[in-house]
Ligand binder design. Sequence first.
Ligand SMILES: Cc1cc2nc3c(=O)[nH]c(=O)nc-3n(C[C@H](O)[C@H](O)[C@H](O)COP(=O)(O)OP(=O)(O)OC[C@H]3O[C@@H](n4cnc5c(N)ncnc54)[C@H](O)[C@@H]3O)c2cc1C
Length: 457
Amino acid sequence: MREERPVIIVGGGIAGIAAALHLAEHGRRVTLLETRTKLGGRATSFVDVRTGEAVDNCQHLAMGCCTNYLDLCRRLGVLDQIEWTHHTTWIEPGGRTSVLSRSLMPAPGHFGPSFLGVRFLDASEKVSLAACLGAALREDRRRHKGITLREWLLRHDQSPRVIDRFWSPVIVSACNLTVDRVCAATALHVFQEGFFAHRDAASIGVSRVPLARLYDRAEATIAAAGGEVRLSSGVERVWADRVLTTSGRTLEAESVVLAVPPERAARLIAPELAGVDPRFAAAGRITHSPILGVHLIFDRPVLTHPHAVLVDRPTQWLFRKDERGTKIHAVISAADDWVPLNESEITRRVVEDLHACIPASRAARVIASRPVKEKLATFAPTPEVERVRPGVTGASGVFLAGDWVSTGWPATMEGAARSGAMAAAAVLGLPERSLLRPPLQAALLARALATAPLHAD
Ligand SMILES: Cc1cc2nc3c(=O)[nH]c(=O)nc-3n(C[C@H](O)[C@H](O)[C@H](O)COP(=O)(O)OP(=O)(O)OC[C@H]3O[C@@H](n4cnc5c(N)ncnc54)[C@H](O)[C@@H]3O)c2cc1C
């Protein structure tokens, strides 16, 4: 008897792992091919030869609203490795600190009391920002796919200072693009789903273990569900019913899910299929935005908070990586200006930002610094890119997954997990959204005030 052909999944990042698990759990034979020696894709870690420590390529945050990503963590048995905080600390130059934390009030008013107390905005700025946040909640974001967030903010009378001090740090971190470039609909989605809908939505989850360890169990979990993972197995060419590996083997497939970044997808598709399926030309037009992560070790503690936003400084976030606060990780999203810099200049600038906001840190000496530049970190969710993000199905018959397909989410682990679930549903012939985990139930008041669905459309 001829053996059933597998569904071949190309790419073992979060999208590929999610697709493989969903398909295997639905009784399909899956074979996941990954070019690297481990799963996890861009959400990964490596051993820094200078210190011998396992460090992440960059700090990855999950939020309470990331229901599909968190469900994936649950199925991999690593949900308890995610550590949660329910507040953000904002530090201004000079060291003045404000905390935004959720109160017992229902969404969307849960941040209200702490918002009134923040010190990095004055009273009139808070009034103007509160009015604009109200507008953001009520807005039908689908009407604003063609403009940037800055254009939308200017229509709502936001001053440059409020944009720089509030909107920028939130949106640059969430979307990895500046307010001048990010699509307004994408940015509004972040606020609607990530802040207004539910009081747990904005809770911040970070991994207690190096990122790669979260996905260590994926191979065994996929195998336990009847699938197979082949590491160090690159793919060179893809059709709807077969793939050609870099070692020259043709593997026949029942279906193929291509779960690689857009520029790779455009290169891997068989030329005769690229012409009939416009999704691949679109993939080739998707542009990227860089992220810089800087690992720093000091000779004494410099950060007491688990994480902090630096107000009005180019370094956007600091994360404390040990109990004492001697190891910190600095993150600069939308880091175009930083990419040409060398390591010592990057370190100098980050330390300058640290000194500006945490004056006591001036006494500390840098023992080690390891900047990690990810030039192609994520796709850039500009209005132009949002217009061409493709669906999971198309005329070639090849299924697409990856954070860049049209999920309604920016480039995030949640977007990747969602795309995997959507591609798996399409392979199974189910409605595309049928395997998605439900979002956090939007609070009654948030639903009453909104004029359009708060959750991804
Ligand atoms: C520096 C940085 C910081 C980030 N911070 C956050 C954050 O805080 N929160 C958040 O939610 N998201 C964050 N992200 C985004 C998040 O990492 C991605 O959205 C997510 O990991 C994408 O998963 P994916 O499966 O779509 O793609 P990938 O992770 O890119 O997976 C694709 C896989 O395909 C493999 N592959 C490629 N070509 C082939 C081939 N020819 N044959 C076989 N395999 C192939 C690759 O090796 C890779 O493993 C960050 C990303 C970066 C880079």
